[in-house]
Design a protein around this ligand. Structure first.
Ligand SMILES: C[S@@+](CC[C@H](N)C(=O)[O-])C[C@H]1O[C@@H](n2cnc3c(N)ncnc32)[C@H](O)[C@@H]1O
Length: 271
């Protein structure tokens, strides 16, 4: 298959417009659209163009200036796959940090998707943080945040929660669903936040930043800028928990690598 045929963008719109779409997506959400998604993306654009009776160029111009249309398109681009306690060793590391904490702990789930990661952190906080905890959970997608806040999941998703947490932190809702316990909800705050706005990051003195399966979609330099900004948000002694293998060739003078098997995590040791 030649390069042109593989690239849905080019076959529909020609090189120039394809390049414009790519840079719009990269500059707004940092995402480098994987080749396998090109055709899907193209189909969505064609559908939207037909809906508004616009040609390719006019639809591109509409997306550039209309915030709501951009958000609708962006929702369809991002990958939301997630699960409770997705990466066991990382959650074990968080658990031991919480056990040792001698103050209230502030955690951030970065790119929280439908909330499973944030609720998993909250279960650990509730069980092990002796002086209290708060979980901030952010994502660019408004749709996933609605699900996250509601805290209702398919019962088979809840089976991923270790048995020692499942019964205390949720209940069955009918035959097919499971809902998060009400008492966890007052400690978890979901907000829409685009990681491309790192310059204005409003979060400070956090103790645990949990950022997995998000940065893999970003360009190398955006990834570096975001990581550097995340470090600024950490308190001294706080930890940054990344996905193993997700970040290569990045060092930061304020961080020390934590030796915890199967994880990629750092402690902030100075400012
Ligand atoms: C694959 S999910 C990962 C969910 C969770 N962290 C996990 O590891 O299971 C990636 C999430 O990152 C979010 N995301 C992608 N680009 C983003 C951006 N620029 N700002 C904030 N969130 C973003 C997506 O909406 C999606 O929900």
């Amino acid at each position: 298959m030649d390069e042109l045929a593989q690239d849905g963008f080019k076959s529909l719109m020609g090189n120039e417009l394809a390049t414009l779409w790519r840079s719009l997506i990269e500059s707004r959400i940092g995402m480098v659209l994987p080749a396998r998604q090109h055709q899907l993306f193209e189909q969505r654009i064609v559908k939207n163009m037909a809906q508004y009776a616009l040609d390719a160029t006019s639809y591109y111009q509409l997306v550039c200036k209309d915030k709501a249309e951009w958000q609708r398109l962006a929702e369809s681009l991002v990958v939301h796959e997630t699960s409770f306690f997705r990466h066991t060793p990382s959650f074990e590391l968080v658990e031991q940090y919480l056990v040792k904490a001698n103050k209230s702990v502030k955690l951030w789930s970065v790119g929280c998707s439908t909330g499973e990661e944030a609720w998993s952190l909250a279960m650990l906080g509730d069980r092990f943080a002796m002086y209290g905890y708060e979980v901030l959970a952010t994502d660019i997608s408004q749709q996933v945040l609605l699900t996250a806040k509601e805290g209702v999941y398919l019962a088979r998703k809840a089976e991923q929660i270790p048995a020692r947490f499942r019964s205390g932190y949720g209940t069955a809702l009918g035959q097919h669903y499971w809902q998060i316990a009400e008492h966890l909800k007052s400690n978890v705050f979901f907000r829409q936040f685009n990681l491309m706005n790192v310059v204005g990051l409003p979060f400070r003195k956090l103790d645990i930043i949990y950022c997995q399966n998000v940065l893999i979609y970003f360009k190398k330099f955006d990834r570096r800028d975001i990581l550097n900004a995340l470090v600024k948000c950490l308190d001294i002694g706080g930890i940054l928990v990344l996905g193993p293998g997700e970040v290569l060739e990045w060092r930061h003078p304020q961080l020390k690598k934590i030796e915890w098997s199967g994880t990629l995590a750092y402690e902030k040791v100075c400012i």
